[in-house]
Design a protein around this ligand. Structure first.
Ligand code: F6R
Length: 356
């Protein structure tokens, strides 16, 4: 029997309960929506913000990527992403800084939050506690507190919905209830299909993990939400399956990476290309994907097209991400690797703490 259908074996490997977190993602989203609805946004209301900046790293930082991709075509103020220690110079008084750190202790996010305070920006912290919560409370800034005790990347529902729906509740964007319901219904349906009890022959997430196996995955997205989802999948494969993986997006990759497939065939024959597809993608993007696939197919082991499902952008973003997230957990289990721990990140953070 394949390990992915061996429930006892899964239990033995996944001691951190990462698969359980994924299987309960629908419930997490429902709870996250409730937290978003109950958040006290009084201090943030009534301002005409000059722009919004999302500051966060890793699993927390992805929240900004996906929200920016979702709203950029409908918002008339700039939306910036900061993944590092410093806010750009132009972010000043009048901007809304959304500081997102699941632990609340990520030093880059603490640094940008302190800069935002110095520049008298409005701030909202989204965290499960830690230093970020303390800074926000002592400076009378808004905090949206989410449940603790999870891996940050596994808490993406808790990070995403409060940040996204907050913008709706402040009147900055308009999120349709219909889109939220569609996304939730789709996740609920997929949770049933992807759960451990659904055997490999009927389970698309297990099938995809088996297809990847010990090939090196390269994920290609497209400009917009699927670009963000592609990078999320790369990070999930890195962190859950402890496997190298890289991402890029159409059309940009056609201007550099496509040429790079010319050499090192012996190495790249162990690569698998995962291309995220959208039935609404433009004709030119479709043509680019078809032509590129033809150009590189002999240099890699396989090219797998992964269609995202859903009508709205929100449903596509969440369902595309969900398939990737749970696939990366199955990939870890296939290698008999415990998906939850990220020892290298922990030891790096501990080493950095010693340096003043
Ligand atoms: C770990 C993970 C990491 C963290 C990152 C930042 O599960 O996903 O990428 O998200 O190290 O830490 P937080 O999210 O606590 O600010």
């Amino acid at each position: 029997m394949n390990v992915l259908d061996n429930l006892q074996k899964i239990k033995e490997i996944d001691t951190g309960g990462m698969l359980d977190t994924e299987e309960k993602f629908y419930l997490q989203l429902l709870d996250a929506r409730k937290i978003a609805g109950e958040a006290d946004l009084e201090k943030l209301k009534g301002a005409n913000y000059k722009g919004i900046v999302f500051s966060g790293m890793g699993g927390s930082g992805f929240t900004g990527d996906i929200i920016k991709a979702l709203i950029k075509d409908d918002i008339d103020i700039p939306v910036e992403i900061v993944k590092g220690y410093n806010l750009p110079y132009f972010i000043k008084k009048g901007w809304l800084v959304v500081s997102i750190s699941y632990s609340g202790n990520t030093e880059e996010t603490i640094s940008t939050t302190n800069q935002a305070l110095e520049r008298e920006c409005e701030i909202v912290g989204i965290c499960s506690g830690g230093e970020l919560e303390k800074i926000c409370i002592s400076n009378k800034k808004t905090v949206i507190k989410i449940p603790s005790g999870m891996q940050p990347r596994g808490a993406i529902g808790y990070l995403f919905f409060p940040a996204y729906l907050m913008l709706n509740n402040l009147g900055i964007i308009d999120v349709s209830d219909e889109d939220v319901e569609e996304a939730l219904d789709l996740i609920k349906e997929k949770a049933e299909l992807y759960r451990r009890e659904t055997e490999t022959d009927r389970n698309p997430a297990k099938k995809l993990a088996l297809q990847i196996s010990d090939n090196l995955p390269i994920v290609y997205g497209q400009e917009g939400i699927l670009g963000a989802v592609a990078c999320r999948l790369k990070c999930e494969i890195n962190e859950n399956a402890k496997t190298p993986c890289w991402c890029n997006e159409f059309p940009e990759l056609n201007h550099n990476e496509t040429v790079g497939w010319e050499r090192l065939k012996d190495v790249t024959r162990k690569f698998i290309i995962l291309i995220l597809r959208d039935e609404d993608e433009s004709r030119r993007i479709k043509a680019r994907i078809d032509i590129t696939s033809g150009l590189i197919k002999d240099n890699v082991s396989t090219i797998v097209n992964i269609p995202v499902e859903g009508k709205s952008k929100l449903a596509k973003a969440l369902s595309g991400m969900y398939l990737g997230d749970i696939t990366s957990v199955y990939l870890a289990l296939l290698f008999e690797v415990n998906p939850a721990p990220v020892e290298k990140i922990e030891s790096l953070k501990a080493e950095l703490k010693k340096i003043k």
